[in-house]
Design a protein around this ligand. Sequence first.
Ligand SMILES: Cc1ncc(C[n+]2csc(CCOP(=O)(O)OP(=O)(O)O)c2C)c(N)n1
Length: 656
Amino acid sequence: MDKTKLNKPEEVVLLMGNEAYARGAIEAGIDLAVAYPGTPSTEILETLIKKHKDYHYYVEWSVNEKVALDLAAGASILGARTLVPMKNAGLNVAMDTLMTLVYGGIKGGMVLIVCDDPSAHYSSNEQDTRFAAMAAEIPCFEPSNQQEAKDMVKDAFDLSEKLELPVMVRSVSRISHGNGDVILGKIREKKNILGFNKHWKMQWRWNVYGPPGAVEKHEWLYVKLDEAKDYAEKTEYNLLNLTGSENFGIIASGLAISYVKESLLDIEKNPNTLYLGLSYPVPSGKVAELIKSVSKVIVVEEGSSFLVEKAVRAIAQDIGSTIKIYGKELNPIFTPYGEINTDIVNGALIKTLEIKTNLTNTEREKSKNKCAESIVLRSSTLCTGCPHLGTYTALKRVLKKIKGNHILNGDIGCYEQAGYGISSNKFVITDELVKKYPIKSTYELLDTIYVMGSSLSMAQGQVKVGYKEGKVMAIAGDSTFFHALLSSVINATLNDSDVTLLVLDNEWTAMTGHQPSPTSGVLATGQSIQKINIENICKAIGIKSVFSANAFKIHEVEEAMTEALNYKGFSVVIIYGECRLQFVRRHKKGLPFFLVDESLCSGCKICIDIGCPAISFEPSSNKAVIEEAGCNGCSICEQICPKNAIERRGDNIEGK
Ligand SMILES: Cc1ncc(C[n+]2csc(CCOP(=O)(O)OP(=O)(O)O)c2C)c(N)n1
């Protein structure tokens, strides 16, 4: 965001959804914004970090989402306005706090922006986090465009303070990462006065066990929920339009509203509509009015919790209506998986309503296909020179020498790509083949990947039930180590599990865009701090077998891994190697690069199996090729070439 424009209310600025959310928070006069990075939410805090000095609020990348929410809770009960953005899965981590925080609420406004990811573009699931707002019994906004993204955050703070409850704003990737015109609003100059009052409006207000106890505090939450329902009926974000001329009505929420609006233009229909910008609680009065005005209702929403659809059915039953309701759950016209878009809405409306139309979407299809033609198909890979490539190359070589059906439990980070199966062969599943499947590509290494921190505890489960057919390993990064793995590390130490953990310490939270991790030595604000050393933590916990190695020195890594794998009990190898992109940023000049000496290359493809995007194979000459401009000079290929056919050129700076 351009600072000069920031102070100009009424100015129209093109903003990415996540910048719009950040702007909304600035306009609301926040005191604190804390988060753990996670796509598609990361840019919200990144934008706020850039502006924290101008608008006087505290920012930090916390070690995980629960810690972030706890921080915000502590501040909000003093009266501070706090923002906690996170990705979908982030709320799962923070849910423990949220479910109890609502029993007494907060004093200063608290807004959680939860960025869902329908179609799982950046996530391991497509969860519809609106269900969490419903479970926690707090209001949930859902913007349909970038303007609303900004406005809703600002209004969510006011609502939060009015209800004395945290309020959720549910985003989706296409809002968070899409761009749109936003009319800027005024920035609230006033900051809330902070103060601590133990019995603010209620005895033991901030102590859920203090009298009145949890049940009474839950009862209080229901009073608040009634106020939220009232707001849902009155707010202009929930827009009822009964001036339509069709015998069907549409109820849509969030981004689906934009799809519906576009679709109605396409199919040239003008039904009664109810657009919900606040999708929890659903305004039953407005829904009832719409139901009564038509003979069928189509519910369009993004996600699979059927939140609005279920509510519409319940309201229909309540008012004795037998109207047919279409959506995703019963009478499905949309699938509950994958995201929707205007074309899908068009198709569903045309089919369900048996609309005769000339609309074929051909123009849109044609331009889409044209764009698709110019895109080279490729899957994601680790970067050239990535330290994880060195680690995995060493791991493959070590495991090849140890007999058995080893289990590699992966975790969440750039290194998870070793489980993406890029260039893996398709094969018919037979028990024998499954066990003996020969791993060549780095991208076929990891067997399990679920969520942050699960690798090591899953590995423990495997050995504790007596798995003995091979080695059991867990592989996780530095940011993940602090986020959710540390408790598993303690658990594995306590219960002495025969598992080897590899911690790939690349000094950054790389996958989400190089936010600092506790091993970076720097804070979000740029302030230098002492690095927290994972090796020291492991030793302090009492792990007897802790090894370390340099990711860019294959033999060193192999040696450390071999020793750890030979150890009977819990062993840890910390593999150091800064994310090569960060390293290259600091050493723009003078990096070495590597080239293949064709006269020596035997075409064995050992270097290809590293999985480095700078190395390819030329079938016509049967030789490997290194693209000079792509090479980041890590030297892994040089170290493993059996023919010494890879030559170092340029200067001689090595990775740390
Ligand atoms: C609960 C949760 N929060 C956030 C994320 C987003 N996320 C994906 S990978 C990652 C961190 C990766 O950092 P690290 O473990 O250091 O590995 P690197 O990418 O640096 O190799 C994060 C925060 C997530 N997937 N789940």
